[in-house]
Structures are given as C-alpha cells and as structure tokens.
Design a protein around this ligand. Structure first.
Ligand code: URA
Length: 427
C-alpha cells in the first residue's frame, strides 16, 4: 500500500482541501491495521465532521470501509435477496415480522444486525429474549438457513467492514457520531458488504430518532441512496415518523410479543402498515412486485417462516417469554384524544428500566420495557391505565418516571408526523 503521512492527510482536510482516493484508501486501511493510531484518526474525524466530504470523497471513503473486510456473494442462493436497514427508533421491532414476511414471498433476507446503544433498542437484544435463541451464526449455517428458511437475523462477523467497527467506537468517544457523511458511510459500508441485491432504508425522523429534524433525515436518506446506487445495489429510502414510538411496546420481550401478534394477523395498525410498506419496497427492489405480502401475513406463511427462523438459531418459538418481577402503571392525565406520546422520553424510560445499555459491554434485561394501551389519535380517559413499566429492579422505576415527565399530551397542540413522510429513490 502506497504510504502517506497521516499528518498531511489531517492538515489537508483541516484546511478544507479534498482528499484523493489514494489518501482515503490508505488512511482507512492503515487505521484498520493499527498503523495510524486513534489520536490521529480522531483528529481526522473531527476535521471531516467540520469540513464534510464531497460526493467523490464519500464514495471513496465508503469503498475503503467495504474493502477493509469481505463483500459477501449471495449469488449461490439462486433467488433474489433484499435487506432493510432502519436508522433506529423507539419500539422499532419492524425487522422481526418483516424478515420472515419477505422470505415467505420468495425473496431471501440476509439481516446482519446490531445491538442497541442508548435509548434505541437493538434487534439482537430483542431476539435474545426468546429462550435458546443465538445471535452468532457461522458462515456455513448462515448460508444454509438463507437457503432453507429464506431469512436469517444474526450478528455481523468480524469480516464485515471491520474499519467501521473501529471507527464507530472512536466516533462514539470523540463527539463525531452526528455527521451525515460519517453516518451514511458507516451504515452503507456494512449493508453493501452484506451482499443483498436490493436495500430499503427506513430513515427515522423526530424526537426518538438520530435525525431529529426532517431536512437532516432527508439529506441522510439521499446520501445513502446515492452510495447504494453507486455500489450497484438497488436502494430506496423512506423517511418515517419517530416523533412517537412504533406500536404499543418498547423493550425486548415485549417487542417480540408484539411482532408475533403481527405475524398472527393482528398487532397495532402502524406496525402492520409500516411492515407492509417496507415489504412491498423490498419485494419490488428484488424484482417481485407481483407478490402481495398482505396475503402471506393473512394466511400464516410468514408465521411459518418466523418459527423456522427462530428454531434454526436454537430458539423455541413456543416458549413463554420472560416476565418482569415488577410493574408500575401510569394513568392518563386527562380525558380526550392522545396527541403526544414522546418517542425519546419513552425510549429513555425503557432504557432506564433495563431494556438498553449505556456501554456496549453492559447486559440488558429481557423483561424490561414499557407498554401502552393507546396510540396517537386515540381516546384516553383520565385515571385509566395508559403506560405499564416493566422491570426486574423496582429501584429503576423512579428514574424511568422522571424520563416520562411531559411525555404525554391529551388534546395538546402537537401535530404528529405522517407515518411515511417521503420516498426517495434517486439522488
Ligand atoms: N448507525 C451506524 O451503523 N452508524 C452510524 O454512524 C450511525 C448509526
């Protein structure tokens, strides 16, 4: 690898110059291999944070991150593949019904997922509340399950964009997470390396999202669609609401239970709607827009795939889910229409109850979380139960209640966002 001096790369970006493809390729590879130390990469990340990246720089940076590991080839499966990525939200359990649903329609879904950090939950943490279920699947079993069942949701191995693992950990402690090009390259390097033919991005906006502001969410969505298209992956993004949480639950086991309700043909209307909207996009991207996923939800085919997908990773789909040792009910403050149920506040409450982690080494509680009895736009009655807090440690309840102060509005002036704000398929 042609060598550069890291300090020259840092100075160039600090002073607002464009980095060359070779400089980018070198610095990402050298950092991944430990040749460039954390302090120099921290300085470069901060320079990138303030100076941004041109489209060419961003595409070279993303390619360098993909090339730090292996780009998977799923062509041996002999059927189209599609994946979905959500930028993260509260109560966002959509992957759980979506992956088996799309697989039931003939498109394989290779989902390499992460764990939760902060107030948004992680798909693997949720699935681990199913007794016996394992997130670690080795390469051979991964391909076998994709071939036999059609869907796998598991932890990404060390060979998937290893540069991102190191860079993300460093961004987390250097105040450089909230940069659109760094977020876009981080997400897209992993998703492109995963090898699916089509990708659907669910970019959340609102208090419970990374991108609080809709214009930022739109910019992130466009940036990621551009990176996907440049890498030959059919990519569509939907900008969706995260001013309130999705469904009626946020946490781990409570979200699995809700996903199973959806697969059984019931479940909250917003979760069903978003699952079907995203399924249609994934099927269209994979060339199967002739199939209606609503049929597979209605006739139980998606549920069959779910059961086989869970069993394939050691889980017992019939086992009772963990129950909390303590619960606490919060009643509706007034009678009227529920107009505010703040996503961020509910996410923080679920996290404080034990559903999420503050550091990536922390354990999570399977039974912890929050459920609610009414969604935005529904009638509530003063004094009747609205929220139920679930935890294994009653000492956590007061701090969760603090997080919920001001989270509920009845007949307030809040204007909830539409569930799907925008669809973006070109840059
Ligand atoms: N999720 C990622 O994978 N990377 C980011 O930078 C932000 C969210």
């Amino acid at each position: 690898m042609a060598g550069f001096d890291a300090i020259d790369v840092i100075r160039a970006k600090r002073d607002g110059h464009r980095l060359s493809d070779d400089q980018i390729r070198w610095v990402v590879a050298a950092y991944t291999q430990g040749v460039v130390p954390d302090e120099q990469m921290s300085a470069l990340l901060m320079a990138l944070f303030f100076r941004g990246m041109s489209a060419d720089e961003l595409s070279a940076w993303t390619r360098a991150m993909i090339d730090s590991g292996e780009r998977k080839d799923l062509s041996s499966l002999g059927r189209p593949t599609a994946d979905k990525h959500s930028t993260g939200g509260v109560g966002d359990k959509i992957t759980l019904p979506l992956a088996p649903l799309v697989a039931a329609c003939g498109v394989a879904v290779p989902q390499l997922s992460g764990r939760g950090l902060g107030h948004t939950g992680g798909t693997l943490d949720k699935l681990e509340s199913i007794p016996g279920w394992r997130a670690d699947v080795h390469e051979e079993a991964y391909l076998r399950q994709l071939r036999d069942v059609g869907a796998v949701i598991c932890a990404a191995g060390d060979d998937l964009a290893p540069a991102d693992k190191k860079l993300y950990a460093l961004r987390d402690v250097t105040g450089t997470v909230e940069s659109i090009p760094l977020i876009a390259s981080s997400i897209m390097s992993k998703k492109i390396a995963e090898g699916a033919d089509a990708l659907v991005l669910d970019v959340k906006t609102g208090s419970g999202a990374f991108m609080k502001n809709t214009d930022d969410a739109r910019t992130l969505a466009r940036t990621m669609v551009g990176l996907g298209a440049a890498a030959g992956v059919r990519t569509v993004a939907l900008v969706t609401a995260m001013d309130r949480p999705l469904g009626r639950s946020a946490g781990n086991a409570v979200e699995v239970a809700e996903a199973v309700e959806v697969l059984a043909g019931g479940g909250p209307a917003d979760v069903v709607e978003l699952t079907l909207v995203l399924a249609r996009e994934m099927l269209a991207g994979a060339g199967r827009d002739d199939v209606d996923p609503a049929d597979a939800l209605r006739d139980g085919r998606a549920m069959d795939v779910w059961r086989r997908m869970i069993a394939g990773q050691g889980g017992d789909p019939d086992a009772p889910l963990p129950r909390p040792s303590e619960t606490h009910v919060v009643t509706a403050p007034a009678t009227g229409t529920l107009t505010r149920l703040d996503a961020f506040s509910l996410g923080v409450a679920a996290w404080r109850l034990g559903a999420g982690r503050a550091r990536k080494e922390d354990p999570v509680s399977a039974a912890a979380g929050v459920t609610w009895t009414a969604g935005i736009g529904e009638r509530v009655t003063a004094g009747s139960p609205l929220l139920e807090l679930h935890t294994d440690d009653g000492g956590r309840i007061p701090r969760a209640l603090e997080a919920l102060e001001g989270a509920i509005g009845v007949d307030s002036a809040d204007r909830p966002l539409p569930l799907v704000l925008e669809r973006i398929d070109t840059v």
